[in-house]
Design a protein around this ligand. Structure first.
Ligand SMILES: Cc1cc2nc3c(=O)[nH]c(=O)nc-3n(C[C@H](O)[C@H](O)[C@H](O)COP(=O)(O)OP(=O)(O)OC[C@H]3O[C@@H](n4cnc5c(N)ncnc54)[C@H](O)[C@@H]3O)c2cc1C
Length: 402
């Protein structure tokens, strides 16, 4: 019998352990440093667990080795993942943008079916058992834990990244792999709130709206996105912001977020506003955007455009109209950085993928050593792509090169 040790009982480690246990000749031991398995999984999707995205494809992933994710995703993509979870008893529902959730709307359901599967498969689960060191002895590995040492014929490291520190995000995986010759890239928080000049967002704290966003460095466009934007005490958040956050974290100084609050062109907006002035000549300027955008946002934009709120629309001047169109279509918000790893959903950067065979996730120079999940230099877009990478890579690593 071969002993397979999996370090890390999160999404990717659980899938790797279940896959390795499908072969009866394997004894599988799953080590988890926290008191219970899958703590981060429970917090995903605001407690709903956006477990995959039906559009998951290599171009939705980032890292120094862009093509690295392809074999894992091709072997076990969203369709295979959903079949797998359905076979474990989970019912799912697809929502906007291909996001898939458990039908129960509760991440507990996802973790529960995985836990039952681990029990059925006879995987030995050791919680509150952090791995402290990995030693290579000829063809096998010794894993030193706080509860003694384990000998492993094959070892899967699935410690995750350092995002979401309160949910167990740590740097253990990088430290465990370093003495074995596997180095990491720089690490950045991603899928995270942007910190901006605070006055404007603070006044709108709690307001959510649809928007088109562009992140620029001077005249250079770094990234763009569309979707929900949310104002917070210190900046902006929400799915559309998360999609730009990787570019913001790695983009250096002097960045600006340019917001279009409405989808119409400048000419269309001018028309729209002029027709309002004609229809409601006695309405105060402060209310010109009422019915078009969130009322607090509307009043704030009127102020930012320099309009005097109390004057009637019939007194609106041409240049004021132009200023209003500009703030609606291209509102500039200077970016001061991103929130830190504690608040990030994912780590951009990680263990260098070039050290691993993408077809198996086995180390090129440490036979029997496999790595999966967020620990690697792979991060996905917002919307279920990161858990899909955890499932795809966990499945591949758990095959142990077969
Ligand atoms: C708040 C939040 C919401 C998110 N929502 C979504 C979402 O809806 N959809 C989506 O696709 N992605 C989401 N993500 C991202 C997603 O959760 C992660 O990308 C995914 O969990 C990574 O899986 P993993 O197995 O690589 O790492 P993890 O799930 O982090 O698991 C790693 C495990 O290893 C354990 N560990 C670490 N060091 C050791 C050690 N030395 N010894 C033993 N065990 C160790 C950790 O305690 C942890 O349980 C979210 C993340 C956060 C923080």
């Amino acid at each position: 019998m071969k002993t397979v040790v999996v370090i890390g009982g999160g999404a990717s480690g659980i899938l790797a352990a279940l896959t390795a246990a499908e072969r009866t000749e394997n004894r599988v031991v799953l080590l988890e440093r926290q008191q219970r398995l899958g703590r981060k999984l429970l917090a995903t999707g605001n407690g709903r667990c956006n477990l995959t995205n039906t559009a998951a494809a290599p171009e939705r992933y980032h890292g120094a080795e862009a093509a690295f994710v392809r074999p894992a995703l091709e072997a076990f993509g969203p369709a295979e993942t959903l079949d797998y979870f359905h076979s474990l008893g989970l019912l799912t529902v697809e929502e906007y943008g291909g996001r898939v959730y458990p039908l129960s709307n509760s991440s507990n359901s996802v973790l529960d079916v995985l836990r039952f599967a681990l029990d059925r498969a006879g995987v030995e689960q050791r919680c509150a058992c952090p791995a402290r060191e990995i030693r290579r002895n000829g063809g096998t590995y010794t894993v030193v834990t706080e509860q003694g040492s384990l000998e492993a014929d094959a070892l899967i490291v699935a410690c995750g990244g350092c995002a979401g520190a309160k949910l167990g995000g740590v740097t253990d995986g990088y430290s465990l792999l370093k003495p074995l010759g596997h180095k990491r890239t720089n690490l950045y928080p991603a899928l995270v709130q942007l910190l901006t000049a605070p006055e404007f967002p603070r006044a709108l704290k709690g307001v959510r709206c649809p928007a088109s966003l562009r992140l620029t460095a001077g005249k250079i466009l770094l990234a763009e996105s569309e979707g929900e934007l949310q104002f917070t005490e210190t900046g902006v958040s929400g799915p559309a912001v998360f999609d730009l956050s990787r570019a913001a974290a790695t983009g250096g100084e002097g960045l600006t977020l340019r917001i279009a609050f409405l989808p119409q062109t400048e000419a269309e907006l001018r028309e729209l506003l002029l027709s309002r002035c004609a229809r409601f000549p006695d309405l105060e300027c402060g209310e010109i955007l009422t019915g078009m955008v969130h009322n607090r946002l509307g009043r704030m934009l009127v102020r930012e455009a320099g309009l005097s709120a109390a004057r009637p629309l019939k007194a609106l001047r041409e240049q004021e109209l132009g200023a209003l169109v500009r703030v609606l279509r291209d509102f500039p918000l200077p970016v001061r950085g991103t929130e830190d790893f504690d608040h990030a959903q994912v780590t951009a950067g990680g263990i260098r993928a070039s050290g691993f065979n993408p077809e198996t996730l086995e180390s090129w120079f440490m036979p029997g050593l496999f790595v999966c999940g967020e620990l690697l230099d792979v991060d996905g877009d917002c919307g279920g792509f990161n858990l899909q990478w955890a499932w795809s890579s966990g499945r591949l690593a758990g095959r142990l090169g077969r």
